[in-house]
Design a protein around this ligand. Structure first.
Ligand code: ATP
Length: 930
């Protein structure tokens, strides 16, 4: 009987059936999954292709392997077809359109065909529109129609060019052409080129070398990249801080806004060898790149690997992978960041070397002409006069640099200026142009001028009122004018003291209003008159001659003004033809450092920084103007026109017409004696008699007079060997006292001419004096002294302290008294000097020398204080020492000058100028009088 399958077998067969069914089901699922996966792969591939771009995806090594799968061929074909379709459409009229756009963006020399280049210099002004792009070659897409290819450069973007050894020459040629386009486009001088080549000193861009002749091209030492980058960085900083002061963010914006482009472009071509720069230089380069475009600094890098901040464009002369780099026959595929990877660029063929040289020579010649172009000084003056505001500083155009107006700025950045140039180099001309420029720009409420000339010349005289009244005008901005003051350093001292005082009061005002500098104070207090002050001191080195008290005080004051002037709007302009003067400053670095503006005329030494010798090579009528303490990168070669007397005068006449009511300036004229009458009229009318002896050297030209009050020692001694000076001096002092006596009618005046040569003068004086005038002869002198001593004793006994009639004893040639008086007589004279003033009796005497006077004033019966005031003329300082209680005194007498000591007012003798009537007249001053 058949065996019934057992339960186990039934189970197995059931499982087999299940397995078969499951296998069938699984097989079907696998097929579906494979189909889905393939479909997915195609979709993904298409997605990548379309997203990444057909060509890029094919170049991508990761994707290329996937796309090589034959199963994806359909997708690839489909995408390639679409791409070709798009390109075909583009190939239609796009190249033409592109060429037109490029032509528009590259006018003139920015885009012309190199074959057409002629040896002529450009003429476009840098203030005009700047080409947006510069042509470098021709491009095409997949062999389609060619179109011109250009890159942005000046004010647009830096350029980075990468080449291979095979393509390096082509790359260099392209760089040379591009740079030459920028130089050719503008008029010479608008673009300056700097080349640094890591490999060689003279190698890169050889065609441009003729440009070095006039400084349009500078070739830098291969080992000194850091220095070039420093210069570029300094230039950017200067443009940012100084040129773009009015809120413009770039030179281009400034030019658009103001029509002025005060700085030339600077194209720096760095030629490397593909190796990385040292870290420090790389960082410096990146900094330059960052600020460069806005400041007119254009980088062109060839094989200098560096990640530059945008904006930067690239041109890549790279070989495609797999090309034999040694095979010269193969074309070099060039691609640019502007045109992208699809456009194959063919740089323009190199211009023959001779043609490049010819073009550059023409540009250098044009540059020379430009430089020489003499902008007339009158064209530099503002059309609207006196309207400038000096809040932020004083700016004046005095010449041209490459045809661009060059300014001198006195402001917080460059508060003081140092001007140097040997005799005949045009220093005076420059100072006159500067002063006239200031006066043309700024009214008297904006600028005040203090002008001092230590030369024998009279350069500043025309700015002062005409003493003879032949002309009515004067420079209204001038507050002080010093001429012919060659030996009187005290004039310089007076000026510096005054400036120091002005600064002190301004600082106080500023403190009260919480301001830290002049500009702030002016905003705070628009009602205050706070002009900037410019003090010009020509041949200032005179201030430092001698090692005496004057020099020491001048140095201290100069340092004070130099340091604090910046914030108080007080500016110094020191000029010298003499190296020793400058040397004197070099030794005083605290002063010297403050002179940030340096102006060096041809052959000037030591004005600029130590290693900056640019002034030695300057042509005539040029100057190096440097607002950076004389460091080389701040050099500007400025062509200076002749200011010319008539133009300067025209400025003055116009200014005087516009501002007729300004007060007259103080005039220090070393060759003119001040008027006795004018000075006497300025003495206070307070009932105190005053003996006028001259004029102090201060900015107010104050009268120098001894008060003959009732105080002790109120007598006056005139000391001087020359009767022609001393006698008029004594007479004029007596006249002034007589004119100021409180009781002229009741006064008694004794005239005692002990010296025979004074008799005539005493005789002439008598009729001019009030009260009772009596002449006492030498014979009667001894008796009269005894009488006077008795009078003094009697007056004292009757009570001192005023109420006595004035009694003046005027002794001419008092040295003779010693031999005329016996011991008692001498004691009486001493008593007269000591006790007389308290009871209205004053002695005014002339002594020929200090020796006799000293003997007379010797203790125990007398003291030097008994002669409380003296004025010495024609006497060596050392001879006066006994009258100063031994204090040293270094003074060499000069005609028309005297030392005046009024013990009640001064600790030391003061320089005074003798008046026309008091020993300073034309008869007594050698070479004096005008
Ligand atoms: N920029 C200029 N262009 C033409 N001539 C000039 C110029 N500057 C000065 N001169 C002329 O040169 C001469 C000397 O000039 P200036 O008096 O300015 O020189 P200086 O350096 O001050 O010499 P010194 O100290 O001897 O007076 C003058 O006759 C002046 O007219």
């Amino acid at each position: 009987m058949a065996r019934r399958p057992n339960r186990r077998e039934r189970i197995r067969s059931a499982f087999d059936g299940f397995h078969r069914a499951a296998s069938r089901a699984l097989g079907a699922a696998e097929g579906r999954r494979d189909r889905a996966a393939a479909r997915h792969a195609e979709v993904m591939a298409e997605l990548w292709l379309r997203e990444t771009g057909h060509d890029a995806a094919r170049r991508d090594p990761g994707l290329a392997r996937v796309l090589g799968n034959p199963r994806l061929a359909g997708v690839l074909a489909r995408v390639a077809e679409d791409r070709a379709h798009v390109f075909d459409r583009w190939q239609g009229d796009s190249p033409q359109t592109l060429s037109e756009i490029v032509a528009d963006a590259t006018p003139g020399a920015a885009g012309d065909a190199p074959a057409d280049w002629r040896p002529v210099a450009g003429a476009v002004e840098p203030t005009g529109p700047v080409p947006e792009m510069w042509v470098l070659g021709t491009g095409s897409v997949e062999g389609g129609a060619p179109f011109r290819v250009a890159v942005p450069l000046l004010d647009g973007a830096h350029l980075q060019v990468v080449s291979t050894p095979r393509s390096r020459d082509r790359a260099e040629a392209m760089v040379e052409q591009l740079v030459l386009r920028t130089v050719r486009y503008f008029r010479p001088g608008a673009v300056n080129v700097h080349v640094w080549d890591v490999g060689q000193l003279a190698g890169a861009l050889p065609g441009l070398y003729p440009l070095t002749r006039t400084g349009l091209l500078t070739v830098h030492d291969p080992t000194r990249l850091g220095r070039l980058l420093d210069q570029l960085a300094d230039r950017i900083r200067r443009v940012q801080t100084r040129v773009l002061a009015d809120g413009a963010t770039s030179l281009r914006e400034l030019a658009d806004r103001t029509g002025e482009r005060p700085e030339a472009w600077l194209v720096a071509v760095l030629v490397g060898n593909g190796r990385e720069l040292p870290e420090a230089e790389l960082r410096q380069l990146q900094r330059v790149a960052r600020g460069g475009v806005a400041a007119g600094v254009q980088l062109v890098l060839l094989d200098v690997p560096a990640a530059l901040p945008r904006p930067v464009e690239t041109v890549d002369f790279g070989d495609p992978p797999g090309v034999d780099p040694a095979d010269d026959r193969l074309p070099v595929p060039v691609r640019t960041s502007v045109t992208g990877p699809h456009v194959l660029v063919e740089p323009d063929p190199p211009v023959p070397a001779d043609d490049v040289t010819a073009v550059c020579e023409a540009i250098a010649a044009g540059h020379e002409q430009w430089r020489g172009r003499l902008g007339a000084f009158k064209d530099m003056l503002p059309r609207r006069r006196g309207e400038g505001r000096s809040h932020d500083g004083l700016k004046v155009v005095v010449g041209h640099e490459d045809g661009i107006p060059a300014e001198l700025s006195l402001d917080d950045h460059s508060p003081h200026a140092l001007v140097g140039g040997p005799s005949g180099s045009g220093k005076t001309n420059l100072l006159l142009a500067w002063i006239a420029g200031l006066a043309a720009h700024y009214g008297p409420d904006e600028v005040e001028l203090y002008l001092l000339d230590f030369k024998e010349g009279v350069s500043f005289t025309p700015f002062a009122p005409d003493p003879d009244g032949h002309r009515a005008d004067r420079l209204p901005q001038a507050r002080l004018i010093g001429v012919n003051i060659n030996t009187d350093r005290e004039f310089g001292l007076a000026l510096l003291r005054h400036l120091s005082e002005v600064m002190r009061s301004r600082a106080e005002a500023a403190r009260r209003h919480g301001a830290t500098k002049l500009a702030e104070l002016r905003v705070e207090r628009p009602d205050l008159r706070l002009p900037r002050i410019v003090a010009v001191i020509d041949e200032f080195q005179f201030l430092f001659t001698g090692r005496d008290a004057v020099s020491a005080e001048a140095t201290a004051l100069l340092e004070d003004v130099a340091r604090r002037g910046r914030s108080q709007g007080v500016h110094l302009v020191l000029a010298s033809q003499d190296v020793s003067g400058i040397d004197a400053l070099w030794g005083r670095s605290a002063i010297f450092e403050q002179f940030v503006l340096r102006i060096a005329l041809p052959r000037a030494r030591r004005i600029l920084a130590q290693d900056n010798e640019a002034a030695l090579a300057l042509p005539r009528w040029h100057a190096i103007v440097n607002h950076d303490s004389g460091v080389a990168h701040g050099n500007h070669v400025v062509r200076l026109p002749e200011a010319g007397g008539p133009v300067v005068r025209d400025v003055q006449v116009t200014a005087f017409t516009d501002f007729p009511d300004t007060p007259e300036p103080v005039v220090f004229d070393g060759a003119r004696a001040p008027s006795h009458d004018a000075l006497a009229a300025r003495l206070p009318a307070d009932g105190v008699p005053r003996a006028l002896v001259g004029q102090f050297v201060d900015v107010h030209g104050s009268p120098a007079a001894a008060e003959l009050s009732d105080g002790p020692g109120r007598n006056l001694g005139v000391i001087g060997p020359d009767a022609r000076v001393a006698v008029p001096l004594l007479c004029s002092a007596v006249r002034a006292v007589a004119a100021s006596l409180p009781d002229p009618a009741g006064a008694q005046i004794l005239l005692v001419p002990l010296a025979p040569d004074a008799a005539a003068a005493a005789g002439a004086l008598a009729p001019d004096l009030p009260g009772t005038v009596e002449k006492v002869s030498a014979d009667g002198f001894a008796a009269r002294v005894a009488e006077l001593a008795a009078t003094v004793r009697a007056r004292a006994a009757s009570g001192g302290g005023g109420g006595h009639a004035s009694l003046l004893v005027v002794v001419f040639g008092a040295d003779a008294a010693e031999s005329m008086l016996d011991r008692t007589g001498t004691e009486d004279l001493r008593a007269l000097l000591r006790h007389g003033p308290g009871v209205g009796v004053h002695v005014l005497g002339w002594w020929q020398g200090a020796q006799r006077l000293k003997t007379l004033l010797a203790p125990p019966g007398a003291a030097i204080d008994d002669l409380g005031a003296w004025v010495a003329t024609g006497v060596q300082g050392t001879d006066l020492v006994p009258l100063l209680g031994g204090q040293p005194l270094d003074w060499t007498p000069t005609p028309g000058r005297a030392l005046f000591l009024d013990r009640s007012r001064h600790g030391r003798p003061q320089l005074v100028i003798l008046t026309d009537a008091g020993g300073g007249g034309p008869d007594t001053v050698a070479g004096g009088g005008v």
